[in-house]
Design a protein around this ligand. Sequence first.
Ligand code: SAH
Length: 349
Amino acid sequence: MKLLTDLDLSELKQLMSAYGEPAFRADQLYLNLYAGKDYPEMTNVGKALKERLAADGYLAVGASILESHTSKEDGTVKFLFSLADGNVVEGVLMRYKYGNTLCVSTQVGCRMNCAFCASGLEGLKRNLSAGEILGEVIAANRFDGGTLADRRVTNVVLMGSGEPLDNYDNVVKFLRLVNAEKGLNISYRNISLSTCGLIDAFDHFLEEDIPVTMTFSLHSAIDEVRSRIMPVNKKYGVARVVDAAKRYFARTSRRVVFEYSLIKGVNDREEDAAALIAAVKGFPCIVNLIVLNYVKERGLAGTSRKDAYRFAATLEKGGVSATVRRTMGADIEGACGQLRAKYIKNTNR
Ligand code: SAH
């Protein structure tokens, strides 16, 4: 399987020139691809060329919308995307004052196996290619009535299922594709990459000069606790994650975010707040507190909203900026990976 959306414009131009097609054909194809069109819908591309591409194994659509669920409360849309091989991944479109943010998945499943997360329940199935991740953005943009000239998806967060830095090459290529001037042209400043802290891969990422907002999933500043809920901590502990965040800030001057999902009785105690303050105090960052979404198979309970606000107040008092993330689309589906898990269960795959 080959995907045309895996190619950037210059690679598409090379392909067209190898086919003996005029150069403008690549631009024409590109516009069709970024409009989310499959071959039959590309009315300005000749039949012979489309047949040749298909015969060579090229697919035009990276991800298609299998299901969409729109929240009546706030317009959040949860997508179930299908990939060409029948795998499914999730995405969420959230509406903010400044624009619409699409949360994309980067892997089918995940191998990090965090104790609270639905995505890792069955391990990693496979990586998404750059064009598949891009396909999620193209499909959501089209779904919402957007075009290349008038985008409905203005921001992207890599916070769906998967660990972005565990699918390094494809994620880096995706970032370059989605940022491309003639493509969706989404500024790196409007993209957040969330990682559980794969520091060796992160060190390579620093060298790429892709100044996205970096979000580190910390969830505890106490190694013993973090190792219990995030197995990755045994390799990359709290100090290395915080150090990586500091190096990112030093290099990019971009304020770093620490994600902290509050789990009742596990990481929401006074001593947890104190450890967090000690770990990040004096460093220009923001702690994004999230009340844990309940995942049945995981069985961990979230902190109450009231206690989440108390935790935030403790951090603020200790000199650390904190926000409690508001819940969006609460009426459509819960935590990461849950819609997919339900779909797989219902279809028995
Ligand atoms: N692998 C990346 C992206 C994961 S999803 C990472 O670890 O950052 C984005 C965020 O959602 C992460 O901070 C993740 O830890 C968090 N998360 C996963 N399951 C959750 C749940 N059930 N409730 C709240 N947050 C959760």
